[in-house]
Design a protein around this ligand. Structure first.
Ligand SMILES: [Zn+2]
Length: 359
């Protein structure tokens, strides 16, 4: 690229950081450094820098593969390899990782869920390979075809057990959470659980509860993960695999947020509390008024979360990575999901109505 073009392109990108009606550019000086436990040693090894991935045997032939941002996994059995997911950012590094530890063929593939960022390289797997997923995943990939994400060849509704080559893998579905069709993948002998896009070990998760659809289901999935007897959690992101404690910590962060969201709704979203909405000119209430009303609640929850001294005496930013940048996005999602998915604590009564319910 010519230098002048490069400058123009950079200039264009820079401009978008400062648009009047958009988001502000984040500056790392303004944000808490990620806790030490979020920065595993492999990230700074020459092998990782050179290869662009890290592969580690967790136990008994179960391997974790990471790009440093995205996770996948594979299980080596006596009769071949079972691959789990295929994030495009790992792409054929996934094949390289498998080939680095075994010369056995890939005979089965499991999709955790239908999202492209986790299975968008699945077409790289051998033609004719068995692809196992939830039936909703097949429905979605049939409805929205993508040649990079072959349609599953074997699907299930509640539970499916793979017993193959002397190894066992239990697949279960417990309802929609991050998205419909997102399954639990459990290997009971090495005690490894793969549950993608719920808990990002060591982090407060990607924005908006990891861009999830069913937030009540997403929060509940923390408890469902803890029902499994596991020593290793592969969460899909970000820098490392997780433990039970990581799940408990993430659950505490979101439970705190749910409690503050309730407080915010009782203050700003009751008939008496929504004054900031009505403060705008009547004609602007559904634009300016709505933004000020919702943002008041989101800002309340964000400030409460960032200033709270938590159960172990530390603030959230000391316990989890991404807290000072991402909390406001989670707060937005949690406030809105509380309004739409949880009890409204009452409703308008005939006549004079009430004032202690939220909208
Ligand atoms: Zn996803």
């Amino acid at each position: 690229m010519k230098d002048s073009m490069k400058e123009q392109k950079q200039g264009l990108h820079e401009d978008f950081y400062f648009t009047k009606h958009g988001f502000e550019k984040a500056d790392w000086h303004d944000h808490a450094p990620s806790p030490q436990h979020f920065q595993p040693a492999y990230l700074s090894t020459p092998e990782f820098q050179k290869n662009g991935y890290h592969c580690e045997e967790l136990k008994d032939g179960f391997y974790w593969v990471t790009s440093g941002g995205y996770d996948a996994a594979f299980f080596v059995t006596d009769e071949g390899v079972i691959a789990i997911d295929a994030p495009p950012i790992l792409g054929e590094n996934m094949l390289a990782a498998i080939e680095s530890v075994t010369d056995k063929p890939i005979v089965k593939v499991v999709y955790s869920h239908w999202h492209s960022d986790h299975i968008g390289a699945a077409s790289m797997y051998p033609e004719g390979v068995e692809i196992i997923a939830h039936e909703i995943t097949r429905e979605l990939l049939t409805r929205f075809p993508d040649k990079l994400r072959p349609v599953p060849t074997l699907t299930f509704e509640d539970k499916y057990v793979i017993e193959f080559g002397g190894k066992k893998l239990e697949l279960t579905y417990k309802g929609a959470n991050h998205c419909p069709g997102n399954i639990f993948i459990y290997a009971p002998v090495p005690k490894v659980l793969v549950k993608i896009d719920i808990v990002s070990p060591g982090s407060c998760a990607f924005m908006h509860c990891d861009a999830s659809e069913n937030i009540s289901g997403w929060v509940e999935a923390h408890d469902q993960i803890l029902e499994f007897d596991f020593d290793f959690l592969i969460g899909g992101h970000i820098t490392r695999w997780g433990t039970r404690q990581d799940v408990i910590t993430s659950r505490e962060y979101f439970h705190d947020m749910l409690a503050f969201a309730d407080e915010a709704l009782m203050q700003w979203s009751t008939p008496n509390g929504a004054g900031i909405f009505f403060a705008a000119n009547p004609v602007d209430q559904y634009s300016v008024g709505t933004v000020n009303w919702i943002n008041s609640m989101v800002n309340y929850v964000t400030e409460k979360m960032l200033s709270k001294v938590t159960s172990n005496g530390q603030k959230w930013e000391e316990r989890l990575a991404g807290v000072t940048t991402n909390t406001k996005y989670h707060a937005y999602t949690i406030v809105e999901s509380t309004r739409t998915e949880r009890t409204h604590k009452g409703y308008q009564k005939r006549g004079t109505g009430g004032s202690d319910y939220f909208i």
